[in-house]
Design a protein around this ligand. Structure first.
Ligand code: FES
Length: 538
């Protein structure tokens, strides 16, 4: 780095005042005369005058010096951040303070204002992003990504860095923090109109990863490696054997295989059961999109966290409500050829009955998809929204919008997977049936399409919804990420089959959902259910 020494001030003037601010080549620089570690050798310190927290002037700060060691701490009095003037690190606070090299020649103070090379600044900003994560320092994450961007760095590298930081801190694997990331990045690229809108999805994605890993405990993955075998990978996931499953993933990566080689086995494992409220296949789908958005960076941590989430997936097909799933999928090959019914005929049946009805049309295979997609879309529109305001219901009736949105997003992921591997269609269709059956009892027949239908181009409506998410006000990431994932899934499904009936219902349902937002906390319900539960404990 070539120095750029600039004469900054007269030594005697600074010694008389103790501190001053100078402007050099557009930079506001604070100069301090400090005692140093011997009484006869005062030192000059130069630092950015703008506090890296909120920009207040550090020349107004307080200096404290330890004469014995020469240590010198500068406190910004606005919020008490404290910077070590030896290296600029924040002893209290977050972002570090830029210091400038100083030399004194005669009565002249010279400051080297040369900026570090961009790659060094990018590395520093990435390190800053990572160190902001353990305490979820949201505004610092935004500043560090802005610094990275300012020197020409790609903010996607901050996402990769955050993902690598977070992946082994998620005890049960991938969360929506990873799953929503590709959708946030997509809407940022496509719809952002200002620098702030470009930045905001990155802040949302990294902030969510930080939030989900805030406790900071690490749950390391094995380094073991085994030759990749897709059948063994599926079996290891089935047996909840993370060690073997990860070793097989490591083996695949070690031998140069990429996500394309692993994806079919991961999709099969995800759809092997009706499980995890649809998350399993959603995560496989979104991991694929995220890997693409990050140009393959951080693939190993992404796959590790994905596989762990598959290993830990909860098996809903084993609980009584969904016991009809297993015989339905096992009997698929002997299923019937009855023509698919109208979508509304699938919306009010129990799980067992709707699965029976789907199996009766099994020979129609993928042609059932648009019918069932319209059925889940109709249910989404007709969600009995009063359910979320109930406080006297049992835990099994804790039904909210997400029960319906997951039917849409998991169907979207299922279609993606089955389009690549048609053997997955029976699982995709029957799992849509499970959502239909579980939601059938929570519909309001008095909700009508005409009331909520959106005039004009549905994609324009969806873009407006997505754009509004650049400035959403939901404190919980889990809420905003569901809106973004849902809007993107609806858009994909409309684009996939613009003439089908589901689009009108999905868009109308989203319109209604926005008018009756997700209730974000259930204090009284939780208290009531806890009292009831504890009262029955033996
Ligand atoms: S602006 Fe300096 S600590 Fe907040």
């Amino acid at each position: 780095m070539t120095p750029n020494w600039v004469r900054a001030a007269d030594l005697d003037g600074l010694m008389a005042k103790g501190r001053s601010v100078v402007k050099l080549d557009g930079k506001q620089i604070a100069l301090f005369s400090v005692s140093g570690d011997t009484s006869d050798s005062p030192e000059i310190k130069a630092c950015n005058n703008r506090c890296p927290h909120e920009g207040y002037p550090l020349v107004e700060g307080s200096l404290s010096e330890d004469r014995a060691t020469g240590a010198c701490m500068l406190t910004c009095n606005w919020h008490n951040w404290k910077f070590d003037l030896a290296d600029g690190t924040a002893a209290v606070g977050g972002d570090s303070l830029r210091l400038y090299p100083v030399k004194v020649e005669g009565n002249a103070i010279w400051v080297d204002i040369a900026d570090p090379p961009p790659e060094q600044q990018i590395a520093k900003a990435l390190a800053g992003v990572e160190s902001a994560m353990p305490r979820h320092e949201y505004d610092r994450i935004a500043r560090e990504v802005a610094r990275l961007k300012k020197v020409g760095g790609d903010p996607a590298t901050a996402v990769s860095r955050a993902l690598a930081y977070a992946h082994d801190r998620l005890e049960y694997g991938m969360t929506h923090a990873f799953a929503a990331a590709p959708d946030w990045l997509e809407i940022g690229k496509r719809l952002a109109r200002s620098d702030a809108e470009i930045l905001s999805p990155y802040v949302e994605v990294i902030g969510h990863m930080a939030w989900d890993t805030m406790r900071g405990t690490r749950y390391p993955f094995t380094d073991a490696s085994r030759p990749f075998d897709p059948v063994q990978l599926i079996a290891a996931i089935e047996e909840e054997d993370e060690e073997t499953a990860i070793a097989l993933v490591n083996g695949a990566l070690d031998s140069g295989l990429g996500l394309d080689a692993l994806q079919p086995a991961l999709a099969q494992a995800a759809l092997a059961h009706y499980q995890d409220f649809g998350h399993a296949i959603i995560y496989v789908h979104k991991a694929s999109q995220l890997s693409e958005a990050l140009d393959g960076a951080a693939l190993k941590p992404l796959l590790h966290s994905l596989v762990r989430s598959l290993v830990y997936a909860s098996r809903e097909d084993l609980i009584p409500e969904f016991r009809a799933y297993r015989p339905a999928i096992e009997g698929w090959a002997e299923g019937g050829n009855a023509p698919p019914d109208a979508p509304e005929a699938y919306t009010t049946l129990s799980v067992a009955k709707v699965l029976q009805k789907i199996v009766a049309s099994a020979e129609h295979g993928a042609a059932l998809y648009p019918v069932l997609l319209e059925a889940v879309s109709r249910q989404f529109l007709n969600y009995r929204v009063q359910m979320q305001d109930r406080t006297d219901n049992s835990v099994s009736d804790n039904i909210n919008w997400l029960d319906f949105t997951h039917a849409i997003t998991s169907a979207n992921a299922g279609r993606w997977a089955a389009t690549r591997d048609p053997s997955l269609w029976p699982a995709v269709l029957l799992q849509m049936g499970c959502f239909l059956g579980r939601n059938a009892g929570h519909l309001d027949p008095e909700v009508h399409l005409e009331t909520w239908e959106v005039d004009g181009d549905p994609e324009a409506f969806l873009d407006d919804v997505m754009r509004s998410l650049f400035d959403h006000s939901f404190p919980e990431y889990i809420v905003s990420c569901h809106y973004v994932k849902l809007a993107c899934a609806i858009r994909e499904e409309i684009r996939h089959d613009p003439a089908a009936g589901h689009g009108r219902f999905m868009v109308a349902a989203l319109n209604r959902m926005l008018a009756h937002p997700i209730k974000r906390k259930q204090v009284l319900r939780t208290a009531t259910q806890s009292l009831d539960f504890v009262g029955r404990e033996g």
